[in-house]
Ligand binder design. Structure first.
Ligand SMILES: [Zn+2]
Ligand SMILES: [Zn+2]
Length: 314
């Protein structure tokens, strides 16, 4: 499924089976998760994709020699810059991203730099494993940035939050969920995932929060989340794109409250998270789509109708 122009539907096309360059593996794709970032690419909010582009960066595939590997968003880094050499390859200026700078997994075959692929934990079915590769990985990094917060708020209950909720409960944290006003399905889902309280995004929780992770790409949630924090608390913005954050009184930030973003992932995050996920165990809930129905999956995600994660099955 190919993006030729942003803000237009993907097109089903016949492409040649890609040939791996030195250092790359070829994968027969068996599943590819559909991420909100794919929507930002298709809808033009991320403005510099390679075109034409095969989107998709939560790829579970089988190599020519029969190994099951996962391909995440971080597809390549320079390995030499001050970010790469200080454990912060996620910030590399030269980084190339799967399904953005590089063709991704909305396809029967793809190629990937083997150094950036992860073995899929044994026992995870392909479809359930796919959302671990971005929703899970970025969620894990976001949760680490929440520090040791005992009371944790989650804004937006999509693919990433449904994984983070399981990690956070496993760590014994108290969870507070925030969903769009009137979204009963999301509310029920958040309660099932262990939230002690679920409210609308403009409500205050019954307790002040030590940290909040904002998954929804809506800038107005940042001051709303700040207002729900205890002193010293932190708002973590997990998405790659967000609408503008409205101005807010300094009082909301006062008391040593912090705001930080989460950019991409490091391979270290991937190794840690994929070792942790089977211990929890993280169980992902997926809606599956045939490859040629990728536009339907994106449309449902755009409307906020997906329960858990959307995954293309090949
Ligand atoms: Zn670099
Ligand atoms: Zn993603």
């Amino acid at each position: 499924m190919v993006l030729t122009r942003q803000r237009e539907p993907l097109e089903l096309r016949d492409l040649p089976v890609p040939e791996p360059a030195p250092g790359q593996v070829r994968l027969r794709v068996v599943a590819c998760g559909v991420c909100r970032t794919d929507l930002h690419v298709v809808d033009g909010e991320l403005t510099r994709p390679k075109l034409p582009l095969v989107p998709g960066h939560q790829i579970v595939g089988e190599t020519d020699d029969g190994r099951r590997l996962g391909v995440p968003w971080l597809g390549w880094t320079c390995g030499r810059c001050r970010y790469c050499t200080s454990g912060r390859e996620n910030l590399c200026d030269e980084a190339r991203f799967t399904g953005y700078d590089l063709d991704g997994g909305y396809a029967e075959y793809t190629v990937a730099d083997e150094r950036f692929c992860f073995p899929i934990p044994e026992g995870y079915p392909d479809l359930q494993a796919a959302p671990l590769l971005c929703a899970g990985l970025i969620g894990y990094r976001s949760l680490r940035f929440a520090g040791d917060a005992e009371r944790l708020g989650l804004y937006g209950f999509g693919a990433s939050a449904h994984i983070v909720a399981q990690l956070a409960r496993h760590e014994g944290r108290h969870l507070y969920g925030f969903v769009r006003p009137g979204d009963e399905a999301a509310r029920t889902f958040a309660l099932e995932l262990g939230c002690e309280w679920v409210g609308a995004s403009d409500e205050r929780p019954p307790e002040e929060l030590d940290a909040a992770i904002v998954f929804a790409p809506a800038g107005e949630l940042v001051p709303a989340a700040l207002a729900a924090l205890a002193k010293g608390g932190r708002v973590v913005c997990a998405g790659i794109h967000m609408t503008d954050i409205p101005s807010f009184p300094y009082e909301l930030l006062w008391g040593e409250r912090q705001i930080r973003s989460v950019a991409n992932l490091t391979r270290c995050d991937g190794e840690e998270f994929l070792a942790l996920a089977p211990q929890v165990p993280v169980r992902t809930e997926v809606e599956t789509y045939a490859l040629e129905n990728a536009n339907d999956a994106l449309a449902r995600l755009r409307r906020g109708d997906v329960r858990g994660a959307a995954v293309l099955r090949l």
